[in-house]
Design a protein around this ligand. Structure first.
Ligand SMILES: C[S@@+](CC[C@H](N)C(=O)[O-])C[C@H]1O[C@@H](n2cnc3c(N)ncnc32)[C@H](O)[C@@H]1O
Length: 733
């Protein structure tokens, strides 16, 4: 049978056309169907790569057939043959057919070094959005591969093919090209090899191009009679290889190759340029600037010099951002945070450090000095990002893992960061999160930690933040952060988040004292406690929140019990129902002895969706409070303050405030409150920008403000996100 046919058969089997004698009703098939791939293949225990020994596919396949022959019962029952995990082993081979995708996995065929062919199934290897073109580039036919800790098995060798499973792309390494016989490559002159490499590079086949460049280097440096000409050839090939590493996002390899080329030609402008760009990508802007300056100095080509100067200008901006925390996000904010206007941002670590919390919440992030509302504390680019619909939330985790593994290949700093996140017992050194650490001295490539997929997986699980668009709860974006992964949760957060492209900016949303802990809300801070906030924290995050609000709500469970779950439709139903409900809350609150005014307000904030419209209606019609005295006291002014003290800087707070602002009794206070709220959300910005943004909030509030049967329809948040409304705000729900 041809290799392609075997692959097709397996592919069909995966899609439901199993070759099971009992039409997929045998116990083996049933068992297989009931197991997830995770259960089936498990997570491998880890062994350092240096201790791995080669595995011979031929012996394994023969062994599987022998066991099948010797056990006719197994064959009759068509039982699932347990596959084996070859821990402490590696398998060498080459890909011999074009890869096909299956969801986020990849199917192809590997020809092992001993000549045996086998289907190769690589789990979690693609983004759901990846195209066939990218697949070909990622898994080029003919590439040599090393598979560490392979897992081999099949349902039964007589009915299904033997499959080689690779649990994570981190266990698959590309080492070279196998299509062309070595004689042909060696026979090619170095210049031809480099040209071939350049052609492949132009097609986007970076991995294969790298192999050609490597062969060119070996061929040119291997020539005894080569002289200067061959040395130059090697410099060009090494430098071009650096560009290919850059394209693949493997920045440390790009730096190593650039350094090697510079070591052979100290005036090689392109290599300085490539090194500079790679250093910028790993947040080493000080060293990047030095390299780019050398590139500009040695470059004689006009167009190339222009490019270098542009990179140098970008580098200067990054340097200022990373050292002083100065970012120009004016255009982005005034465009309504339109992703197209998001500038690229460097990381920035302000006055914060990781410490152990004293009450068992593990590690947390703390401010090291007094900071004012709006001060920038931290800017962090995502390590990994995934976007998926809610029903496929599980897929996001695999996608995040793939992204994290790729990021680990870009720089060892990321591996250190992820290991620090995974190691819950240790408080990491801040230096692994700081930009401009000094790559050349601080991170020698030979000391790079080995990539341990299980630890990376642990870090992804621990540092995975789901992020749902307000009003678009079916679409969620998730990310793995570095330093922000240490920020704990509170339903009374004190830090705001502003997403700017791949980066997230964290501003102080209140004045903070040295030693205060940074707290964000992992859930919607305005959601009701037991049915939503607590449920999400327990189910999605695995902890009970003990913030002041949660403790208060927990100890007043009885008071809140029959008010929750609140029916969303109630808000739009009738003013009478709403009034009755809140009157009952007020009556109960009145009966609670010893509860402070502030604490009562914290209970009220959970029901903001009801108090908001009612208080506004109350202003519009004298009897909206239904004669309930207590309700008359809940004015828009009161709610305004309440919002500000609950979740300052939260996007919903500004939305609610712009809505209520129209009904404030003392308009002079409005500006003061709104400016503070704007500063909490967007940091200290120019007043005219603040005004422009606030105006768009007002306009949106006005646009979404309607009256239905005497009740103000409260749908600001829902409509906010309609594409044509312009202003988009995102928040953690
Ligand atoms: C993103 S991590 C935050 C950093 C974490 N404390 C650590 O040591 O790595 C989220 C985890 O921190 C803990 N956590 C965060 N906020 C908490 C809170 N308010 N109460 C209890 N545990 C909390 C939970 O274990 C949660 O799963």
């Amino acid at each position: 049978m041809k290799k392609e046919d075997v692959l097709r058969d397996y592919y069909d089997m995966c899609n439901g056309t199993f070759k099971c004698i009992e039409r997929r009703r045998c116990s083996g098939c049933k068992k297989l169907a009931s197991l997830s791939s995770q259960q089936l293949f498990g997570v491998p225990p880890t062994t350092p790569a240096s201790q791995l020994k080669p595995v011979h596919l031929k012996n394994i396949v023969q062994d599987l057939y022998r066991r099948a022959r010797n056990n006719q019962k197994l064959l009759q029952d068509n039982k699932l043959l347990l596959h084996r995990w070859y821990e402490q082993r590696l398998l060498l081979g080459s890909l011999c057919v074009d890869a096909t995708r299956r969801g986020i996995s990849v199917l192809t065929v590997v020809e092992a070094d001993d000549g045996t062919t086998c289907i190769l199934h690589v789990f979690n290897a693609m983004q759901p959005s990846s195209r066939q073109e990218e697949l070909r580039k990622m898994f080029p036919k003919g590439i040599k591969v090393v598979i560490t800790r392979p897992s081999i098995g099949c349902l039964h060798p007589s009915v299904t093919p033997v499959v080689l499973y690779v649990q994570s792309p981190g266990n698959l390494d590309f080492v070279g090209v196998a299509t062309s016989p070595p004689e042909k490559l060696v026979a090619m002159p170095p210049q031809e090899l480099r040209k071939e490499g350049n052609a492949l590079f132009a097609q986007g086949s970076y991995l294969v191009a790298i192999q050609y460049y490597s062969d060119c280097v070996a061929a040119s440096l291997g020539r005894k009679d080569g002289g200067e000409e061959m040395k130059l050839e090697a410099v060009l090939a090494i430098s071009n290889r650096a560009e290919a590493w850059l394209k693949l996002g493997m920045y440390e390899k790009a730096i190593a190759d650039s350094n090697r080329a510079i070591g052979m030609d100290a005036f090689h402008a392109k290599s300085f340029y490539r090194k500079g760009r790679a250093l910028m990508a790993i947040q080493e802007h000080v060293e990047a600037r030095v390299s780019l300056k050398s590139a500009a100095k040695y470059s004689s080509d006009g167009d190339a010099k222009k490019e270098i100067l542009e990179a140098l200008a970008k580098c200067k901006v990054f340097l200022q951002q990373s050292q002083k925390g100065v970012y120009d996000v004016g255009d982005y904010v005034s465009s309504g945070c339109n992703a197209e206007h998001a500038p690229k941002c460097s990381d920035y670590v302000g006055p914060v450090e990781v410490r152990l919390t004293r009450d068992g919440r593990g590690r947390g992030l703390f401010v090291t000095k007094k900071v004012r509302l709006g001060e920038l504390l931290l800017v962090s680019n995502n390590i990994s990002f995934a976007s998926c619909v809610k029903e496929e939330a599980g897929a996001a985790e695999s996608e995040l893992l793939v992204g994290a593994l790729k990021a680990c290949r870009s720089s060892q700093k990321i591996i250190h960061q992820l290991y620090a996140i995974d190691d819950a017992a240790s408080v990491p050194s801040m230096k692994i999160f700081r930009p401009n650490l000094g790559y050349e001295g601080a991170m020698p490539p030979e000391e790079a930690p080995p990539l341990d997929v299980a630890r990376i997986q642990g870090a992804v699980k621990a540092a995975y933040f789901p992020w749902t668009m307000l009003g678009q709860s079916e679409c969620s974006k998730s990310r793995v952060w570095g330093l922000p992964a240490f920020v704990n949760h509170s339903c009374l957060p004190n830090v705001s988040k502003l997403e700017v492209g791949k980066a997230t900016m964290f501003h102080a949303a209140r004045d903070l004292h040295a030693g205060d802990e940074l707290l964000i809300s992992y859930v919607d801070p305005y959601a009701p406690w037991s049915t939503e906030r607590r449920k999400a924290l327990v189910e999605d995050w695995g902890f009970e929140c003990h913030c002041r609000r949660c403790c208060l709500e927990r100890s007043n469970k009885e008071l809140l019990r029959d008010l929750l779950p609140l029916d969303d439709s109630l808000k739009y139903d009738s003013i009478e129902k709403c009034t009755q409900l809140l009157a009952s809350v007020e009556e109960r609150l009145g009966r609670v002895a010893g509860m402070s005014k502030d604490d009562k307000d914290l209970i009220r904030v959970t029901l903001f969706d009801f108090y908001g419209p009612l208080s506004v209606s109350g202003k519009k019609s004298a009897d909206a409070s239904g004669g309930h005295e207590a309700l008359k006291l809940i004015t828009p002014d009161r709610l305004f303050r309440l919002l500000h003290s609950t979740a300052p800087g939260h996007p919903k707070t500004l939305v609610f405030m712009s809505y209520l602002a129209r009904f404030r009794e003392s308009p002079s206070d409005v500006c003061h409150f709104l400016m503070d709220e704007f500063t909490a959300a967007y940091g200290s910005q120019c007043a005219c920008l603040a005004w422009k943004v606030l105006q768009s909030y007002f306009e949106a509030a006005l646009e979404n403000f309607m009256e239905v049967g005497g009740l103000v329809e409260y749908r600001v948040c829902k409509c906010w996100f309609a594409e044509d409304k312009g202003f988009r705000v995102e928040c953690l729900m």
